[in-house]
Design a binder for this molecule. Structure first.
Ligand code: URA
Length: 209
């Protein structure tokens, strides 16, 4: 319960530093996000079950380990989630994909859903929900609540950066969902941005600032 996995691998940390740097170009930022996501995917899939399959090497037969064919769905929280999604799909090409879009109502500040598309067989699948920035945690928690209502076997949450406030708020609602992140930064500013952070992940990925 309330698990947080910080992926401290030097390659992840080095690439994250380049992403944080405001001089890094949009193209480089996107490439790095995809590369880090593949490296994080290594941790996210560490508990995937293996079975044995009889194969012939050029020299002899052996019982070799193979993935048990676990059914996965990787769910992107639009729009920045697509950056992590692209990296993870390179590792898990047969996983299914879901998308959820939420915006914050300016009057109530509550997350409002505007898009929701999941595979039909969610009850057979383990879900990995992705969004680069777990900041206030409100929209991530709302997205996971909605996804859980479709009945996946398990849910993991993967981000690039978070802050203590985001982790606490998310786990207040979903203590059973482990968080995978490359770093837990210092805090949020008054606008809900992560400090020191990397700015607006969507703008930096898509060049929309
Ligand atoms: N979303 C972002 O893109 N950046 C933050 O720092 C917080 C939320």
């Amino acid at each position: 319960m309330r698990e947080v996995h910080v992926v401290e691998h030097p390659l992840v940390q080095h690439k994250l530093t380049i992403m944080r740097n405001k001089e890094t170009s949009v193209a480089k930022f996107r490439t790095l996000l995809e590369e880090i996501s593949m490296l994080m995917g290594y941790e996210l899939t560490r508990d995937m079950p293996l079975s044995r399959e009889r194969i012939e090497t050029p020299l002899m037969a052996m019982d070799a380990p193979v993935l048990e064919g676990k059914k996965l769905v990787v769910i992107s929280i639009l729009r920045a989630g697509d950056g992590i999604l692209n990296g993870i799909m390179k590792l898990l090409p047969s996983a299914r994909i879901g998308h959820i879009g939420l915006y914050r109502d300016p009057a109530t500040l509550e997350p409002v859903e505007y898009y929701f598309k999941m595979p039909g067989d969610m009850t057979d699948r383990d879900a990995i929900v992705v969004d680069p920035m777990l900041a206030t945690g409100n929209s991530a928690a709302a997205a996971v609540t909605r996804i859980k209502a479709t009945g996946p076997k398990s849910v993991k949450f993967c981000c690039l950066l978070t802050a203590p406030e985001g982790v606490a708020a998310f786990h207040e609602v979903h203590p059973d969902v482990p968080i995978y992140t490359a770093a837990i930064d210092e805090r949020l500013n008054d606008h809900g941005y992560i400090l020191p952070g990397l700015g607006d992940a969507g703008d930096r990925m898509f060049g929309t600032k």
